[in-house]
Write a protein that binds this ligand. Structure first.
Ligand SMILES: Nc1nc2c(c(=O)[nH]1)N[C@H]1C(S)=C(S)[C@@H](COP(=O)(O)OP(=O)(O)OC[C@H]3O[C@@H](n4cnc5c(=O)[nH]c(N)nc54)[C@H](O)[C@@H]3O)O[C@H]1N2
Ligand SMILES: Nc1nc2c(c(=O)[nH]1)N[C@H]1C(S)=C(S)[C@@H](COP(=O)(O)OP(=O)(O)OC[C@H]3O[C@@H](n4cnc5c(=O)[nH]c(N)nc54)[C@H](O)[C@@H]3O)O[C@H]1N2
Ligand code: SF4
Ligand SMILES: [Mo]
Length: 735
């Protein structure tokens, strides 16, 4: 008998609802869920083939343990036993910092990761915590932290009500969006145009999004901060600054005006490649639009000036009166939001040992992970725990990371695969398939262009003997805390729950403030694991039932009764109440950021030479999904895009071979000559390079592609520690 299960897709930030036809333990078909309150049937090629991931014979179903150099299948008991035997002596002898942690991107798409990684890190008490955030969006957290007081107060473009959208460094028609959760970007952007609005895209490549937009401007990679500053300068110069309602709680306007004056459109033209008249017109159109939003993403953030650019996007939204207004840039209000104290935000509470790079949100830059493993001395990383990630393909100077991981005394990974990174592990603990676990988007409901809440139970039961990911994480937590490997983790999970409940009852702004924690725990549903924590978070959240306070409010039970999600309506203005700065004001000109502005002067002198940027493909997802034949078949997608003028000058031919070399490494690739890319810039996608020894990805190995991060340099944005993956200086020559 075929039944239909409803499940939010966990692969990317769009959070599409899937309708999954199941027959026994077999998935027959996956379609977009037309009744999903947010995605309304939208789906991309990846979501529709999740069953291929589920059925992939290379996906790990048993733990692997290294014996005599090879990774071989073992029981869970054996695997956890090895972890305890190897990890505990390292902790005892070398202390907490000797164990590092790397958390990959899939953790933010996973309830277990989002709740239980914290317990592991707290128990380890290591400062050597690295996540995919510092090869991605960390600059936005820093600018939001400094301007609004909390790193998660990230404004999103109100796509469904705006009349004018200026997009920089994002290609949502392919990526399906990031830091702006919206299933069906293609439909939502087309709707802006249909209602008479305008979409402008600024990108060194004519992407699918750029091609669909009303206007596309080529920009020299890495120079967004200069150009955004020029827009700010025009607004002040032309008297177009009008912050509107937020002007009542805004500081720093004069400092920004003074700083912007140095970056007028004429001065930045050569470096950015955008002529002054165009810059002035774009600024004027932005100011004139009734409801406008500026949105900057991956390409804007992953440069050495990422925080400045992230900040300037918010500055523009504020100066044009579009912050916190319908149709502008607004703040989501997720159903699991916790009350936040107005404590403000700071970074650098500790620094990395080798390069002295500041911690941000308790994390150090992935770009310095290899330094911390390879440099001897007190605090050196000797053991590493990786959870769902692949730094050997995703982090800069990948060859060095690969070497460094090979030199560790001990490594344990939780992953679906023996990938380029986990092949270095001594123990790999298999995470369940996405169809075997439940789902709720704690992270992306906070970045959503509409407030929704959507819980999905597992589509298929966890196979006999497979541990759920939260159980694996709690077991590692117990081992990190010095407990024996065979310990019952139940009581530990009860402690995790108790912490969440105690936080709620002790918070004055919580609807359960002052209530008896035991009474709350007794009334909580969901069983052990993340569900009951979700129940507490939703019920004590802004739309919750408050355990009786609002009988019509949300709870896990209500979410279970709504398999297509609960629509909580369009975004609402949230300022000044939501601000977390100690003085309750928006800090338009934070000291840390103003002190970084002079560094931009160095960017005004355009250096010669070629610049390397990345690109995404609809059928890829970072370094994974390349093992699914349905997604990778067809022509090679890991090719170097080169402009015809550059091809002529450099002696490169379409379909010919080229070498791309940087300070740290070189790769050889096939060339695609196209005028979709601007002169002086070449593009290569990331996540490829599956031809390394010991990788258990047989389909991917047949079309390995090359690892672009063998060429990416480990330079960082100093304020956020984020890697400068976009605009890498390279030399390109015929192979
Ligand atoms: N299909 C698919 N979807 C994905 C992913 C995937 O791998 N495949 N990955 C997911 C993840 S983890 C993320 S973070 C999101 C990212 O999603 P997006 O933020 O949309 O990122 P990209 O698609 O990489 O688009 C970045 C754009 O920036 C441009 N660019 C490069 N340098 C510069 C610059 O200096 N200035 C400007 N203005 N533009 C520049 C590039 O040409 C590119 O078009 O995508 C997610 N969705
Ligand atoms: N040059 C360049 N480099 C980039 C980028 C770029 O555009 N250009 N993009 C960057 C970005 S935005 C990101 S987010 C990073 C991503 O970098 P990472 O997070 O390091 O790598 P991913 O490819 O996302 O990790 C995929 C691994 O997670 C595993 N996995 C999937 N689901 C689960 C799960 O539920 N549990 C567990 N335990 N494991 C799971 C998969 O099996 C796979 O092996 O790469 C960055 N690197
Ligand atoms: S757009 Fe993202 S969330 Fe939607 S189906 Fe595709 S991968 Fe899944
Ligand atoms: Mo990402």
């Amino acid at each position: 008998m075929t039944t239909t299960a409803y499940r939010t897709c966990p692969l990317c930030e769009a959070t599409c609802g899937l309708a999954i036809e199941v027959d026994g333990d077999q998935v027959r078909r996956i379609r977009g869920d037309r009744d999903d309150v947010f995605s309304r049937g939208f789906i991309c090629p990846k979501g529709s083939v999740l069953q291929h991931l589920h059925n992939d014979p290379d996906r790990l179903r048993m733990p692997l343990v290294r014996r005599n150099g090879s990774l071989i299948e073992a029981t869970w008991e054996e695997a956890f036993g090895v972890v305890a035997d190897r990890l505990q002596p390292i902790l005892a002898e070398h202390g907490h910092y000797a164990v590092g942690v790397y958390l990959g991107n899939p953790n933010v798409h996973n309830m277990s990761g989002l709740i239980y990684n914290r317990a592991l890190i707290k128990t380890l008490r290591t400062k050597n915590v690295f996540t995919a955030s510092t090869i991605d969006q960390m600059p936005k957290h820093v600018s939001s932290g400094l301007v609004f007081g909390h790193p998660d107060l990230i404004p999103v473009p109100d796509l469904d009500r705006t009349d004018h959208l200026l997009i920089l460094g994002a290609n949502p028609l392919v990526s399906n969006g990031s830091l702006a959760t919206a299933p069906d970007w293609p439909g939502r952007l087309a709707a802006i145009q249909e209602r008479g609005g305008k979409v402008v895209v600024v990108d060194p490549r004519r992407t699918k999004t750029a091609a669909a937009a009303d206007e596309h401007l080529f920009i020299r990679p890495g120079t967004d901060a200069l150009w955004l500053f020029a827009l700010v300068a025009v607004l002040f110069e032309q008297g177009l600054v009008d912050p509107g309602r937020v002007g009542g709680f805004l500081s720093g306007l004069d400092e920004v005006a003074a700083a912007a004056a140095a970056f007028n459109p004429e001065r930045v033209a050569e470096a950015t490649g955008i002529d002054p008249d165009t810059t002035r017109r774009v600024a004027a159109e932005l100011a004139a639009a009734k409801r406008a939003a500026v949105y900057g993403r991956f390409g804007t953030h992953t440069t050495e000036y990422g925080t400045l650019a992230a900040w300037l996007v918010d500055v523009l939204n504020i100066l044009t009166g579009n912050l916190d207004e319908p149709g502008g840039a607004m703040f989501a209000r997720p159903a699991t939001e916790r009350p936040r104290a107005p404590r403000g935000f700071r970074t650098g509470r500790w620094v990395s040992r080798v390069q002295q790079l500041p911690e941000v949100r308790g994390e150090l830059p992935v770009a310095t992970l290899a330094d911390e493993i390879e440099t001897e001395g007190e605090g050196q990383i000797r053991a590493l725990i990786t959870v769902g990630g692949n730094p050997v393909l995703s982090a800069p100077d990948a060859a060095r990371i690969d070497r460094a991981l090979g030199s560790l005394e001990f490594m344990v990974s939780i992953d679906l695969y023996r990938n380029e990174t986990t092949r270095h592990a001594d123990v790999i603990l298999p995470a369940p398939s996405p169809l075997d676990r439940s789902h709720y988007d704690f992270a992306f409901t906070g970045l959503s262009v509409r407030n929704v809440a959507n819980y999905s139970p597992p589509v298929l039961p966890l196979p006999e003997g497979q541990a759920d990911e939260w159980e694996i994480l709690l077991k590692l937590t117990a081992i990190a805390g010095g407990m024996p490997a065979d310990i019952d983790i139940g009581p530990l999970d009860d402690m995790v729950l108790a912490t969440v409940v105690n936080d709620a009852v002790s918070n004055e702004q919580s609807p359960v403030h002052g209530r008896d924690p035991d009474e709350i725990i007794a009334a909580t549903t969901g069983g052990r694991g993340p569900e009951r924590i979700l129940d507490v978070l939703v019920r004590t959240g802004p739309y919750g039932d408050g355990y009786g306070a609002d009988p019509d409010g949300l709870s896990l039970e209500v979410l279970r009764d709504h398999p297509h999600g609960v629509d909580l309506g369009p975004l609402q203005p949230r300022l000044p109440e939501a601000l977390c700065t100690p003085d309750g004001r928006i800090h338009l000109a934070p000291d840390e950021i103003m002190a970084d502005v002079p560094r931009l002067e160095g960017l005004l002198e355009p250096g010669g030479g070629m610049r390397l940027i990345g690109r995404r493909d609809l059928r890829s997802n970072n370094s994974w999904m390349h093992n699914l034949d349905v997604l990778v078949r067809g022509k090679d997608r890991c090719t170097l895009l080169v402009h015809p003028d550059d091809a002529d000058r450099l002696g490169l031919a379409d379909d010919g071979r080229a070498v791309v070399a940087s300070e740290v490494g070189a790769v050889e690739v096939s060339v695609t000559v196209t005028d979709d890319i601007m002169p002086g810039v070449v593009s290569l996608p990331h996540g490829w390079g599956h031809d390394l020894d010991g990788v258990g990805l047989r389909v991917a190995a047949r079309r390995p592609g090359v690892n672009v991060n063998l060429v990416s340099v480990p330079a960082v944005d100093p304020l956020s520690g984020n890697a400068a993956l976009s605009g890498v200086p390279v030399e390109v020559r015929p192979a």
